[in-house]
Write a protein that binds this ligand. Sequence first.
Ligand SMILES: Cc1cc2nc3c(=O)[nH]c(=O)nc-3n(C[C@H](O)[C@H](O)[C@H](O)COP(=O)(O)OP(=O)(O)OC[C@H]3O[C@@H](n4cnc5c(N)ncnc54)[C@H](O)[C@@H]3O)c2cc1C
Ligand code: FES
Length: 328
Amino acid sequence: MFKFTDCIDSGTDYCPCALAEKGECIICSQLKDKVFCDCLNWKGTCIYQEFIDNNSKRKKARQYKTCSIIKRQNLREDILLFDIKVNNALARELNNTGAFVFLRNPSEDDSYNTPISIMESDVFNNIIKVVVKIAGVKTKSLAECRDKIMVKGPYWNGIQGIRFIKDIKDKGCLILTRGCAAAPAVMAARKMIKNGNRIYVMVDRGRSVENFSKAYFMELGCVVEDVSFYNDKKEINEDIKYTIKQLIEKKSFDVVLSAGEDEFHRNIIRFLNGIDKGIDVATVNNSTMCCGEGICGSCQIKGISNEKIKSCKQQYNPAEVFLKGMGD
Ligand SMILES: Cc1cc2nc3c(=O)[nH]c(=O)nc-3n(C[C@H](O)[C@H](O)[C@H](O)COP(=O)(O)OP(=O)(O)OC[C@H]3O[C@@H](n4cnc5c(N)ncnc54)[C@H](O)[C@@H]3O)c2cc1C
Ligand code: FES
């Protein structure tokens, strides 16, 4: 299995971060209490040099800004679409595969930080589009926002295995999606289509009359098929398995993006692994997040060798995590 170590923030304006200051950098061995250089993923700048040049301090962390809600629409009784006005720099930085922000109701404190993916970022009008499913206390608090909302970003680790889909050209990607996780898949599809890739989307409408993402995928020029992934026992339907198998066997697709909850990723990856062990799979990131900066540990998961992965900023190969315990 293809293993790699990557930090989505390395080489950006937010690197070096608090982890480097405390000798916990994900990439740089010298900023991980070692005395030799063993850079795990060169991104064109030396993190150690940047740290020294910055007076051995971290770069400025992302801050919340209060933004205006331009449009608020109920897509279903428990699903909201927000159009939020941001500044041009943020709109540009969020116009990327895997981009997300933390949103918060202005009347609440830091414990209400809610990671939400960017579905669309209009860099001419500086408006971001997000879809929020009302689940518990934090998202209920977001649903109370009428005119103003607090936005912190940009963050980019909303998709794991991003390298499999980010820079591909003239290839084929199969997107399998359910629920609100379709939002980051729309952004990913937009970028892949721009790079000349073919996109085939199998979308589950769930309890909705139609999944909100369908119109966006169609407008982008993706081929879209409405499906129902699960049977009564919450197993993937046999007809869906047959269709996916046909598509993969004909080698029509080089990569799969699984955009649903973690159990969905697990089912999809295990099924795909049985058909073609070589196929690359990217997954929407569903970790529980709080700080988004690698500090609080709430997003920490374990990789295939039980190594700790800070999934808010660290990338992993989804197969490593979802095939765990299967001997791969
Ligand atoms: C990078 C990232 C991007 C996200 N993008 C979106 C988005 O575009 N739209 C959206 O609606 N949600 C998104 N989420 C999920 C969203 O952040 C959570 O639903 C939210 O934090 C739940 O908080 P809560 O207090 O409302 O619910 P909680 O009380 O914490 O949970 C309520 C229910 O939601 C489930 N839940 C909690 N956290 C998650 C989670 N991270 N993913 C899936 N289910 C969860 C719980 O299992 C529980 O059943 C994203 C999460 C991440 C990490
Ligand atoms: S969300 Fe705090 S460490 Fe990842």
